[in-house]
Design a protein around this ligand. Structure first.
Ligand SMILES: [Fe+2]
Length: 287
C-alpha cells in the first residue's frame, strides 16, 4: 500500500472494512480475466453513507461551491439538463440511491459504489453493462484543487450528469463493449478516445464553445484555459475526428495543449458505433 492510499484511508472511514477489501480484490483479479468471465457485480459495495465524516461532507460543500459558480456559463446544455435532473445537494455528499432513481427513469444506467481505482478491463466491463463504477472516497481537504485519481466529486458531479442523456448513454455503453473486447492493437487508441471526449471534451452549442468532459467539470482553472486561453496563448482546438483522436498522444500532468470539439453528441455516438464494429470484428466478438 503506498502513501496516497494510506492517506485516502485515513480521510475516508467509508472504505475501511472487509466489504471494501473484497470488492477491490475482485476488481483487481478481474483485470486479468477473459471478458466473458468478468462479473462486475463482485466489484461493488454499499455506499454506507452514514460513515462519511463531517470533514468529508465539508470537502464536498467546498468543491461544489467553487464549481457551481461558472458551471451554467461553461457547461454543455446536455450536461446541465442531466445535472438539474439529479438535483445534487450542495451541502453534503449525495446518496447514490437518489442518483440511481433518476438514472432508472432516464437511461437505465446505474452508478455503483466501488472502493477505489479499477483496472482498465474491470472498468470497461462495468460500462458495457451500463454500470458506472463510482468512487466512494472523497479527496483529503488539503488536496482540494488537484487529485490524480477519481473521487466521488469527480465521478458524480463531473461524470454522472451526462449518463442521464440517452445519446451519451448509448455512446458510453458502446465504448465499454468495444474496450472490454478489444485486442491490444486498439487499447491505446481507446484510452485516447476516452481522454479527449469523456474526460476533456468540448462541444459547440449556441454558437460558442462549451465543456462536457468530466476532467473539465472538476477543474475551474482548466475550463477557463480550454474555453478562453490565458490572455496570451490559446490551446489548439480541432474539430472532432475519431481516427485523429485515436492517433493523438495526451498529457496527464498539465493543462491540455489540445482539445477536440464536437458538433453534437449524435456525432460522438455514431462515430463510436462505427469504430466499435471495427474493434469487435477484429476481435471476432458479437455483442
Ligand atoms: Fe474521470
Amino acid at each position: 500500500m503506498d502513501l496516497d492510499r494510506n492517506k485516502m484511508l485515513r480521510h475516508n472511514p467509508i472504505i475501511v472494512g472487509e466489504e471494501a477489501k473484497r470488492a477491490q480484490a475482485a476488481a483487481d483479479l478481474a483485470g486479468n480475466l477473459p471478458a466473458d468471465q468478468i462479473d462486475p457485480e463482485t466489484f461493488f459495495m454499499e455506499q454506507h453513507w452514514d460513515l462519511y465524516s463531517e470533514e468529508n461532507h465539508e470537502t464536498w460543500r467546498r468543491l461544489y461551491a467553487k464549481r457551481i459558480h461558472s458551471l451554467r456559463e461553461q457547461a454543455s446544455n446536455v450536461f446541465l439538463t442531466g445535472f438539474d435532473a439529479f438535483g445534487l445537494p450542495a451541502d453534503q455528499i449525495p446518496r447514490l440511491t437518489t442518483v440511481n432513481d433518476v438514472l432508472r427513469s432516464t437511461t437505465g444506467w446505474q452508478s455503483r459504489p466501488v472502493p477505489g481505482y479499477l483496472p482498465a478491463k474491470s472498468f470497461f466491463a462495468c460500462l458495457a453493462q451500463r454500470k458506472f463504477p463510482t468512487t466512494m472516497t472523497i479527496r483529503p481537504p488539503d488536496e482540494l484543487d488537484y487529485l490524480p485519481e477519481p473521487d466521488i466529486f469527480h465521478d458524480v458531479f463531473g461524470h454522472v450528469p451526462l449518463h442521464a442523456d440517452p445519446v451519451f448513454a448509448d455512446f458510453l455503453q458502446t465504448y465499454g463493449q468495444a474496450a472490454l473486447h478489444t485486442t491490444t492493437d486498439h487499447e491505446t487508441a481507446l484510452s485516447r478516445l476516452f481522454w479527449f471526449t469523456v474526460e476533456f471534451g468540448l462541444v459547440h452549442e449556441d454558437g460558442r464553445l462549451k465543456i462536457y468532459g468530466s476532467g473539465l467539470m472538476s477543474s475551474v482553472g482548466e475550463s477557463n484555459w480550454a474555453l478562453k486561453g490565458d490572455g496570451e496563448r490559446q490551446p489548439e482546438r480541432r474539430p472532432f475526428d475519431l481516427d485523429k483522436i485515436c492517433a493523438t498522444h495526451f498529457e496527464i500532468d498539465e493543462y491540455q495543449p489540445l482539445y477536440y470539439v464536437l458538433e453534437s453528441f449524435e456525432q460522438l455516438r455514431d462515430a463510436m458505433v462505427s469504430y466499435a464494429e471495427r474493434v469487435l470484428n477484429d476481435a471476432n466478438v458479437t455483442v
